[in-house]
Design a protein around this ligand. Structure first.
Ligand code: 3HC
Length: 700
């Protein structure tokens, strides 16, 4: 028997049914393996072993799920006994069969508990997986050693390195679940346990199954490392996952478990773990809107309309169709509609060809999308999202029309990325129903939904678009109304500094490389070339009259556009292109040198560190202003916008978290230095000064 441990009553309840001990985990909402649960399982097993009338034990989750993993809130704090490996040792030491009964999501430490039990049963609708990699970790309690012994190293690598769960049914096919229970899970698990007892089956432990991890070709791991090179660049977790699974094929299990634990603590100590867990909790926190009473219920969205069949409108329509919501796509010409529908069909067909979507799902989605040229046809939709040309006059005209045709209470949403929501709302008689829903391009792929509340948007309208995000499987953040909202407003300084750096001594490729090394998916110039340089050019020309004459302004991008170099689509921009391959171009170099000269700037060597600070600190400084003004509810919402909308590396947690990790005082000191050298754009935000001088983070 193990040492007695402190047990919080009810975290694990104990009952005996027909000679089978039932340990029910009661730690809502997801039965995380906190200290009380770990202690409770050990105590329950001790009791079951000691009770002569008990023949076997079943571990089952109360409520909606089996154990969904270790308690993430405990990470980063001093660990408390008993540790999870102690729980697993206790299971393996049982003299009676232990059966795990799986429903909901058996994840991480939860699946590791199940894999340590002698047998596993589960219902069809459940899922199992080892998602630790998404938190900057690897499975730390035997997952990397036991799963390959059950499903083989290749499948184990797929599951552990991606972190994606698989359905119980699939787990059963792979041998990770012994029986799928139809009907009541507990009844099924009890019946299974009785069968095992009646048949006097010898206790079976995964640790003893060595067939699948013997004689494994080492090329599997070399190939796997190669296959994730691009995707996992900069991350620690995925590489350690592979190392640990490889060890399972080379060392006896106890040595493998020790090595896995060593890797686990290495990852746990890494700033990446802190950043990725910050991202996990921030994503959930972003859905909570202070001041929005629990009584405010979102309106049900059962039908939708999208205005504009361009790239954005089409992508938005796909979101609704993917969520099973019928959607009408409206455009002024039949030609635009046919083209839009054609693109949608092509996008779906690509997903089917890639295997990420089934043909039936594509057919179902296509059936949900219809097209019309008439506003009268969309009047009964629960929500309409406008994605027409980004110009105030056009938007207002469209909202005037929507006001006339939409049923009372319909949500009137605009997909503007910069324009004033309140001004758009003035063209309706129902500003309470008007709100911004800023999707990111490509809208069918990008996870962020930046909802923008106008001064008069009603609580119900806000609640509806936040709930819509969940329905569409997006990550929603609520922003206030200002030029560029959260995301694009911050981007402004980032692009400005990247362009200034060109004039001061950098090449586009040097800047792109430095920022890609930092972790961005694409540097600003390759990104600009991909998105098309003409859009920004048009906006800059439109706003030229507002720019003070003495304000520093980089003309490099304008000069490229004047030459018809709009980026990839014209074969040339900041680079020249062969297909998608970007090559440095002497023409661009000459223009940059001419502009340095024209500005009287003496070019100098610029370090990668300065490039990162010059481009990234404007995000932090502007983020602080956004926070100060209440445009973002909390600093972590800003992080979520950048993680899910702008490809900021998740292992850095978002710009605001990253700045906190560096230390706001250090960031401020650098910004003050830039302010001295480069002038007014670098005026430090008041909130940054306040927090840094008080020695605090954003929240403190
Ligand atoms: N620890 C602590 N809290 C957790 C948690 C966990 N493992 N998992 C979820 N929660 C919390 C969430 O923060 C949320 O709290 P809130 O209501 O206060 O915002 C609440 O539980 C409900 O979570 P969701 O809103 O995410 O609910 P869903 O139903 O959408 O999703 C889920 C449920 C699929 C379980 C999802 O929460 C999830 O993926 N959780 C993380 C699972 C995970 O990563 N497990 C591995 C942990 S690491 C580990 O086990 C290490 C081991 O190898 C040693």
């Amino acid at each position: 028997m193990s040492e007695p441990v402190a047990v919080t009553p009810n975290a694990v309840s104990y009952a005996v049914r027909d000679g089978i001990a039932v340990l029910t985990i009661e730690n809502p909402p997801v039965n995380a393996l906190g200290q009380a649960v770990r202690a409770g399982i050990i105590a329950g097993l001790d009791q079951a072993d000691a009770d002569a009338s008990v023949q076997a034990a079943v571990i089952i989750g109360g409520g909606r799920t089996f154990i969904a993993g270790a308690d993430i809130k405990e990470f980063g704090k001093p660990p408390t006994q008993p540790y999870l490996p102690d729980v697993l040792k206790r299971i393996e030491a049982m003299t009676k069969p232990v059966v795990a009964a799986l429903h909901g999501t058996a994840l991480g430490g939860g699946f590791e508990v199940a894999l340590t039990c002698h047998w596993r049963v589960g219902i069809d609708s459940g899922q199992v997986g080892l998602p630790e990699v998404k938190l900057g970790l690897l499975p730390g309690s035997g997952g990397t050693q036991r799963l390959p012994r059950v499903v083989g190293p290749k499948v184990a690598l797929d599951m552990i390195v991606s972190g994606n769960p698989i359905p119980n049914k699939k787990a059963a096919e792979l041998g990770a679940i012994d029986e799928i229970v139809n009907g009541d899970l507990l009844d099924g698990a009890l019946a299974f346990a009785k069968k095992v007892v009646a048949e006097k089956r010898p206790l079976r432990l995964v640790r003893d199954m060595n067939d699948k991890v013997s004689n494994v070709d080492p090329a599997l791991f070399a190939d796997y490392r190669k296959s994730i090179e691009k995707k996992a660049k900069g991350f620690l977790g995925p590489w350690r996952c592979i190392d640990a699974v490889e060890i399972a094929t080379k060392l006896p299990i106890d040595d493998g478990l020790l090595k896995e634990r060593e890797f686990f603590f290495e990852c746990m100590a890494s700033p990446q773990r802190a950043a990725q867990i910050h991202a996990f909790f921030s994503e959930r926190e972003a859905t909570k809107i202070p001041g929005l009473s629990e009584d405010v219920k979102p309106k049900p969205i059962k039908s939708a309309a999208v205005l504009g069949a361009g790239t954005m409108g089409g992508g938005i329509a796909m979101n609704f169709a993917n969520a099973g919501i019928p959607v009408k796509l409206l455009d002024v010409s039949q030609e635009a509609l046919s083209k839009g529908l054609g693109t949608i069909e092509k996008n779906y067909a690509t997903s089917v060809a890639r295997g990420s979507m089934k043909q039936e799902a594509m057919d179902r989605a296509m059936k949900l999308i219809s097209a019309t040229q008439h506003f009268e046809d969309i009047g009964d939709a629960d929500i309409v999202v406008e994605a027409v040309f980004e110009e105030m006059g056009v938007k207002k005209d469209v909202f005037g029309k929507l006001d006339k045709v939409m049923k009372p209470g319909a949500v009137l949403a605009t997909n503007t990325s910069t324009l004033d929501i309140d001004e758009i709302a003035t063209s309706t008689k129902r500003p309470q129903d008007v709100i911004g829903t800023h999707f990111f391009s490509p809208a069918n792929v990008m996870k962020l939904l930046e909802n923008v509340r106008g001064a008069k948007s009603s609580p119900e309208t806000i609640a509806t678009v936040m709930a819509l995000g969940k329905q569409l499987k997006k990550v929603s953040v609520l922003a206030g109304n200002c030029d560029g909202f959260i995301g694009n407003r911050m981007l402004h300084g980032y692009l400005r500094e990247a362009n200034f750096l060109l004039e001061e001594g950098c090449s586009p490729e040097q800047i792109d490389r430095a920022l890609e090394e930092f972790g961005l998916a694409m540097g600003p110039f390759r990104m600009g070339d991909l998105a098309g340089l003409d859009v920004g050019w048009r906006i800059r020309k439109g706003k030229a009259h507002l720019r003070p004459k003495d304000e520093r302004y980089s003309r490099v991008a304008d000069r490229l556009c004047e030459l018809g170099r709009f980026g990839q689509k014209t074969g040339a921009g900041f680079y020249t292109y062969e297909g998608r391959d970007a090559r440095p171009d002497p023409v661009v170099k000459d223009i940059i040198l001419e502009e340095s000269k024209a500005q009287g700037i003496e070019r100098r060597e610029i370090s990668d560190e300065e490039i990162v600070q010059r481009c990234m600190y404007p995000l932090v400084n502007e983020g602080a202003k956004i926070l100060e003004e209440g445009i973002a509810i909390r600093s972590s919402d800003i992080d979520i916008v950048y993680l899910f909308g702008y490809g900021f590396p998740v292992y850095r947690g978002g710009p605001m978290f990253w700045a906190e990790q560096i230390g706001l005082d250090k960031v401020l000191a650098t910004i003050r230095g830039f302010h001295k050298t480069h002038g007014k754009f670098w005026e430090p935000a008041k909130l940054l000064v306040q927090r840094a001088e008080a020695g605090k983070g954003w929240k403190g």
